[in-house]
Design a protein around this ligand. Structure first.
Ligand code: PMP
Length: 362
């Protein structure tokens, strides 16, 4: 009888065997600044209301497969254009996968920018889609000529642009992104995971382009635990993509809790405004530290560079602060680290731990 190991090695696709799983470190006990979560728990005044809708939810039944009530809430809360559709995902990760599955004709290409969100490449790999990564300029802005040349050469069926970009934090030039959409022969998805912290959006531009969809998530707005993302765009696209969505991909509890929280959208937006202020303060503090280079950000995190970044990361961890080490992940991210903007107290503890670590390494 062959072992499970040898059976798995024989039967599984080569791409899966070669893939490294998306690593999520154990964060128990740390000041958690590694995953771009909103640091503020649900306000206590709202907890009772949430307990109420959870208690009343029909957990014994399958959820509303179309999530009509939640969709309507999203539409009116975010002022989505009336003529655009909405497709819900169990997090936006699921939507990236759904798009790749839908557009993956034999030989079809998914084009991403690099460095950017790693799931674009990872999902291309495990759906068997051809992946092309186009490097950003050294300052992480779009290298427009190189990108347009790559699009003309590779003719990608699917292009992902994170706007703002993760892990660099910057918002690309909108006219550059428009040129990409105009040049691309395929579908362009502008991924606005960090929309709550950014000054611009492509939702008002959906009507201008037949090949544009905008993707968002509520993960960064205080609902990471609910797993809820959506695509907004023309129904000609979304009606087709709906066919691939598994019928009950958003559970009853995420549906009712997200709807309740969106009823208090103002509170979540106030938290985002606070995070933006704290981001500016943290940016100033990091910028004042000798040997630290911090990049501009329109997201709820900051990218910074420091010599011996992996030792800095380990030093922070020993001092109880967990951030993200990007060193070694991509050649352009040499010695780069990414820190989520936490509460003012968490940011202060992070800065103190960083200064202490840098002093020790000096
Ligand atoms: N897009 C971008 C650019 C992200 O940074 C992330 C999360 N890190 C996601 C999508 C996925 O978010 P979620 O699956 O939580 O909706």
């Amino acid at each position: 009888m062959p072992s499970a190991f040898s059976l798995a090695s024989t039967l599984l696709r080569r791409e899966i065997l070669d893939l490294h799983a998306y690593h999520v470190p154990d964060s128990t006990g740390y000041i958690k600044l590694d995953a771009m979560e909103n640091p503020y728990p649900v306000p206590s005044a709202l907890r009772g209301e949430i307990a109420g809708v959870v208690a009343a939810a029909a957990i014994n039944r399958y959820p509303d497969p179309g999530a009509a009530s939640l969709k309507e809430k999203i539409r009116c809360t975010l002022d989505l254009p009336d003529d655009m559709g909405v497709l819900l995902g169990n997090g936006s990760d699921e939507l990236i996968q759904l798009l790749a599955l839908a557009l993956n004709k034999p030989g079809a290409t998914l084009l991403g920018l690099e460095p950017s969100f790693v799931m674009y490449k990872m999902i291309a790999t495990f759906t068997g889609m051809r992946y092309v990564g186009v490097p950003l300029a050294a300052d992480f802005s779009l290298d427009l000529p190189t990108t347009l040349t790559a699009i003309r050469r590779e003719k990608p069926a699917l292009v992902f642009i994170a706007y703002p970009n993760n892990p660099t934090g910057n918002l690309f030039s909108a006219p550059d992104v428009m040129q990409i959409i105009e040049t691309a022969p395929g579908l362009v998805v502008v991924d606005e995971a960090y929309y709550a912290f950014a000054a611009d959006s492509f939702i008002p531009r959906l009507a201008d382009y037949p090949n544009l969809l905008v993707m968002r998530t509520f993960s960064k707005l205080g609902m990471a635990g609910l797993r809820l993302g959506f695509l907004a765009g023309r129904t000609a696209w979304l009606e087709q993509l709906e066919k691939l969505r598994l019928p009950y991909n958003v559970g009853v509890l995420p549906q009712v809790v997200a709807e309740k929280l969106l009823g208090h959208h103002k509170i979540l937006l106030q938290q985002a405004e606070q995070i933006k202020l704290d981001r500016a303060a943290l940016h100033r503090q990091l910028g004042a530290i000798a040997g630290v280079q911090v990049y501009p950000s329109e997201a709820n995190f900051l990218l910074f560079r420091a010599a011996r970044a992996t030792e800095v990361f380990d030093g922070l961890k020993r001092r109880g602060v967990l951030i993200k080490n990007l060193n070694g992940g991509h050649p352009m991210l040499n010695n780069c680290l990414r820190v989520t903007v936490g509460t003012p107290d968490e940011c202060a503890k992070f800065v103190a731990a960083l200064l202490d670590t840098l002093n020790q390494l000096a």
